[in-house]
Write a protein that binds this ligand. Structure first.
Ligand code: S3P
Length: 172
């Protein structure tokens, strides 16, 4: 039986770009959770953080994940903080999802997100120090994933590896 694939990892690990390509390879639907949240709140992520606050963002994110998990099996890319919120990983696992950790080196993540101002937790801060801090806090959650894939390479190669593992381990 096909299971949802939920991609976790740092900002810049490729959750959205790789996830989109994995979905194409598997012929699966794709949901980017930040997109679902911005649609629900009718404003960009940065505005949700500044106007409503992070707890409101996390509640919207949880609600969007519940909707995605209730849909037929698909590839789901939540934001990097989703996995570290209480009970989120457990909820996805209870729904039968296979969690996939896209593991990226900090230097590669920085290269990828350079110049992208849409990340409120990184904006206006020393990107490397902030990413290192997020990694230190969150890696233990990412490591609970059933599958870990090295995500430093090009999108197409990482996506092919994820799709292969999904066929072997998640019913695709
Ligand atoms: C966040 C990461 C973002 C977005 C929000 C919060 C985080 O997604 O969900 O800004 O907590 O690290 P990306 O992983 O796409 O940057």
């Amino acid at each position: 039986m096909k299971r949802h694939l939920v991609l976790v990892g740092l900002p810049g690990s490729g959750k959205t770009t790789v996830g989109c390509r994995v979905a194409e390879l598997l012929g699966a639907p794709f949901t980017d959770l930040d997109d679902s949240v911005t649609t629900a709140a009718s404003r960009p992520v940065t505005a949700i953080f500044s106007q409503l606050g992070e707890p409101a963002f996390r509640a919207l994110e949880r609600a969007a994940m519940d909707v995605a998990l209730a849909a037929p099996p698909q590839v789901i890319a939540p934001g990097a903080g989703w996995a570290a919120q209480p009970d989120n990983l457990e909820t996805a696992e209870r729904a039968g999802a296979a969690i996939v950790y896209l593991r990226v080196m900090i230097a590669e993540a920085i290269r990828r997100i350079a110049g992208d101002g849409g990340r409120p937790l990184l904006a206006g801060h020393d990107t490397e120090a902030t990413l290192r801090g997020l990694f230190a806090e969150r890696e233990r959650y990412y490591l609970r994933a059933a599958l870990t894939v090295d995500a430093d390479g090009p999108v197409h190669a990482v996506a092919e590896t994820v799709a292969l593992r999904a066929r072997e381990r998640a019913g695709w």
